[in-house]
Write a protein that binds this ligand. Structure first.
Ligand SMILES: [Zn+2]
Length: 137
């Protein structure tokens, strides 16, 4: 059975919880999937708790977007470690409250939870990244 990709339970809305492939260890977040996109198996998926901070692997600064977005807007690929062993989750996300000139490969990024949009009046929370407070260049 398929579920919509953005339906998440309360726990997953308030902390970074990933799903780890029981076959190869690949971690997916936030989307739910049945087939592992790395090993191609239909594994059992294990819940894994992720740290709140990760490391920027790559980013772009978007300059031209529809009117409701403020530009320039950085978007980054961030590797977020699991608590305990296991491989990090590779997460794609928007930055907020961060000067685009302050984003660089290798910097720490902190996940900031917020309501992104609502479906039929129910708020849907997700996260954006920001430069951790007190971490100045
Ligand atoms: Zn796998």
């Amino acid at each position: 059975m398929h579920e919509p990709p953005f339906v998440r339970d309360r726990a997953a809305n308030e902390r970074l919880e990933g799903k780890e492939c029981g076959s190869c260890g690949y971690v997916t977040i936030p989307e739910r999937r049945e087939v592992c996109k790395r090993c191609g198996e239909y594994p059992d998926w294990n819940d894994v708790q992720l740290e709140e901070r990760g490391t920027v692997q790559s980013y772009v600064v978007q300059q031209r977007l529809p009117g409701e977005f403020e530009t320039p807007l950085p978007v980054a690929v961030v590797d977020i470690p699991q608590e305990g062993n296991g491989e990090p989750a590779r997460v794609y996300g928007l930055f907020t409250e961060t000067d685009p000139d302050d984003v660089e490969i290798g910097m720490e990024a902190e996940a900031d939870f917020r309501t992104m949009f609502d479906i039929d009046g129910l708020p849907v929370n997700s996260f954006k990244f920001k430069r951790p407070r007190g971490d100045r260049l």
